[in-house]
Ligand binder design. Structure first.
Ligand SMILES: Nc1nc2c(ncn2[C@@H]2O[C@H](COP(=O)(O)OP(=O)(O)OP(=O)(O)O)[C@@H](O)[C@H]2O)c(=O)[nH]1
Length: 658
């Protein structure tokens, strides 16, 4: 065999999206070839016809970040023989497929996996839908829960109930899901299962007797979880003979097969070759492939009521797969099921290529990435300082960070991200405008602009923290303009007992450094969650920065009146440190409207024009110095200060903590 041919073969497998998650290194070529043949996959073929509705369970694992969802998912997949048992101590994290997920140890994109488990003489089909834990990905959580009848509420036995545990619990209860409470990490010496079970009772009204104690790491107690899934979660409803109704809850893009949609069959049976139509777009398709996630795609002959699986149906554009859509048999229309509220961007930022010639490449990469992350909003924008770029809307700052990292990891992009801003509402005499870019924010101090008021987004925040840090947390909230602050105790075990603190906070206050301060001022013990609480009028102004009396658009900020002096001074100082000295003196100013509120002066380089004059008359020296002064004045008049890209990068990086 030619070595070149061999290499080409390997490349094809490694690049093929479907097999990209498999660690191919070290596996002999013959095995790789066989593993990807239809014959090998067919061996795994699951006859879904064998599973009637009453032996199907659709469930999800919900928890605060890092409480062990992905680890428990691994153990469940192993225990049911869906994947090979990992070597002792090795964490497989089969469902965390993205590189950023594995590196950061967080789940960003919900994945789905089906398992077959024998119980009481019958074979059960268990469909697990993994969910992310972080607040920013709450949209993914509610999307996953729409396809389930039950949820495992996982709580870390060392950390106890955290803010996100409460918010995901509320979403699950709202959707009428059966909750199975599970206490994880009981193998750790710091675990306090009894005390945390009492906390769960106070926070969720759960009977401590119902709580299953496990260690997802060692596998202890995980079989009891499997039993509880089968015994406590109700089977899905829906009749095989009814007209087809399939709920589309996720989609991804495959270069070769087009859009792959994840669906939950609510009524009827879907088979390969069936002609289907979308309630939302009214377009018609033919099902070319369908199957279940086991945990990789495994083709099946049909999908039946209650089942969760993937379909490929010659959908070319990812925009055709509308999340929350109902698919039905072509020519047999049905009433669409209630869909999802679309994801709402909470944080906006400009993304620019470091080298402005790379814009088209960057735009293409962003487009491709948004195919797998549909919650990102994209529009084009341009800035005189940074050139052509895109304005992106994210669900939160972590979401923004993860998106940037994915751009860098998966598309090799080098980008500058501007300071994050939130969407403001500007109320004029005759209209209301939403502004998410500081450069478009009007000068409210100028009465000719006819601005009646400016409103900013508010969130209802909850913080769970040991009592000893309560004072510190209240202080933090007040310094971020908190209102309606309230607190209640979750348990009564002295200063280490947990308290839940709630307040209303402006969203803009938490998109900069709030998380970092929360973690450092509570020694990492506080957890934080928030939900949208509408808009409220606020005294906001646009701050611009001038270099040599010319405004730099990419540095514009929207700040609260009470903070304008402090922010203006801090940024001007930072600019002074970062900007390289020029041939002429450069004033660096922060301005609100026409008012200059802070100023620093960058002194000029001074060439010693008298160096070549040995001796000579005093007036001759003076003449040279005066000439120099004149030419500097001229330079200053016409000179523009170019802020180098690196300075921008530093500025925006450090700007986050201002
Ligand atoms: N000692 C111990 N560690 C555990 C256990 N379960 C999970 N962990 C560890 O806890 C960390 C977080 O686990 P993950 O499974 O990644 O948590 P997750 O909830 O999926 O996290 P997100 O996906 O970010 O929401 C990992 O380092 C796990 O090895 C357990 O039962 N015992």
């Amino acid at each position: 065999m030619l070595p070149g041919w061999r290499r080409a073969c390997l490349n094809i497998f490694q690049r093929h999206q479907k097999y990209a998650s498999i660690p191919w290194q070290g596996i002999p070529l013959a095995v790789r070839l066989f593993a990807t043949t239809p014959c090998a996959r067919a061996k795994k073929l699951v006859r879904v016809e064998d599973f009637e509705r009453d032996v199907i369970r659709n469930f999800s694992i919900i928890a605060h970040i890092d409480h062990g969802k992905s680890t428990l998912a691994d153990r469940l997949l192993e225990l049911t023989g869906t994947i090979e048992r990992a070597q002792k101590g090795l964490n497989q994290q089969v469902l965390d497929k993205l590189k950023v997920e594995r590196e950061r140890g967080i789940t960003v994109k919900a994945q789905t996996a089906s398992m077959v488990h024998p119980f009481d003489g019958r074979k059960y089909l268990l469909n697990l839908i993994d969910t992310p834990g972080h607040v920013d990905f709450a949209w993914e959580v509610s999307r996953s829960l729409a396809a389930c009848q039950g949820a495992l509420l996982l709580v870390d036995a060392t950390q106890g109930v955290q803010a996100q545990s409460i918010s995901v619990f509320n979403v699950a209860v709202e959707r009428g899901l059966k909750i199975i409470p599970v206490l994880n990490k009981i193998d750790l010496p710091a675990a306090q299962p009894e005390q945390i079970a009492v906390q769960m009772q106070a926070a969720f009204g759960i009977d401590p007797e119902e709580v299953i104690q496990i260690s997802a790491k060692t596998g202890k107690g995980v079989d009891a979880v499997l039993r509880a899934i089968i015994e406590r979660i109700p089977p899905p409803t829906g009749e095989a003979t009814a007209p087809l109704k399939a709920f589309l809850f996720d989609s991804s893009y495959d270069r070769y097969r087009g859009v792959i949609s994840l669906v939950n069959i609510r009524e009827g049976v879907l088979r390969k070759g069936d002609k289907i139509a979308s309630c939302y777009t009214r377009k018609k398709y033919e099902v070319t492939e369908l199957g279940i996630m086991h945990p990789e795609e495994v083709p099946t002959t049909s999908l039946r009521p209650g089942q969760v699986g993937y379909i490929a149906c010659n959908m070319k554009e990812s925009s055709e797969a509308h999340i929350g859509d109902t698919l039905h048999r072509a020519g047999v229309p049905v009433e669409p099921m209630p869909g999802f509220k679309p994801a709402k961007a909470m944080v906006y930022a400009g993304v620019y290529p470091i080298d402005s010639n790379d814009f088209l490449k960057l735009e293409e990469s962003i487009k491709r990435l948004t195919l797998t992350d549909r919650s990102v909003e994209v529009t084009r924008e341009s800035s005189t300082a940074l050139g052509q770029g895109c304005r992106l809307g994210f669900l939160g700052t972590l979401h923004m960070d993860v998106f940037r990292q994915r751009l860098e990891d998966e598309y090799d992009a080098n980008v500058i991200i501007t300071a994050p801003t939130v969407p403001y509402k500007v109320v004029y005499h005759d209209r209301v405008e939403t502004v998410s870019n500081p450069t478009e924010f009007p000068d409210v101090t100028d009465s000719t602009n006819r601005v009646v008021e400016v409103q900013e987004p508010i969130v209802k925040a909850s913080i769970i923290v040991p009592q000893e840090y309560l004072g510190e947390m209240m202080d933090l909230c007040f310094s971020h303009r908190a209102e309606d602050l309230d607190h209640r105790y979750l348990d009564s075990s002295g200063s280490s007992g947990r308290t839940i603190l709630t307040c209303n906070l402006p969203l803009t206050e938490i998109v900069t450094d709030f998380f970092d301060q929360l973690k450092s001022r509570s020694s990492g013990f506080a957890s934080f969650d928030y939900e949208d609480a509408g808009y409220q009028p606020s005294k906001l102004v646009k701050m611009t920065f001038l270099l040599n009396n010319k405004p730099v658009d990419a540095l514009a900020l929207i700040v609260h009146r009470s903070a304008e002096q402090a922010v203006g001074r801090a940024w001007v100082k930072k600019l002074h440190k970062i900007i390289p000295r020029q041939m002429f003196e450069v004033p660096i100013q922060a301005a609100v409207g026409r008012r200059i509120i802070a100023r620093e002066t960058l002194s000029a380089y001074r060439a010693d024009v008298t160096a070549g004059l040995y001796g000579g008359h005093h007036e001759r020296k003076l003449k040279h110095l005066n000439n120099q002064k004149e030419s500097k004045k001229r330079m200053k008049r016409v000179g523009t200060v170019d802020l180098p890209q690196e300075a921008f990068y530093d500025m925006l990086k450090t700007g986050k903590s201002s």
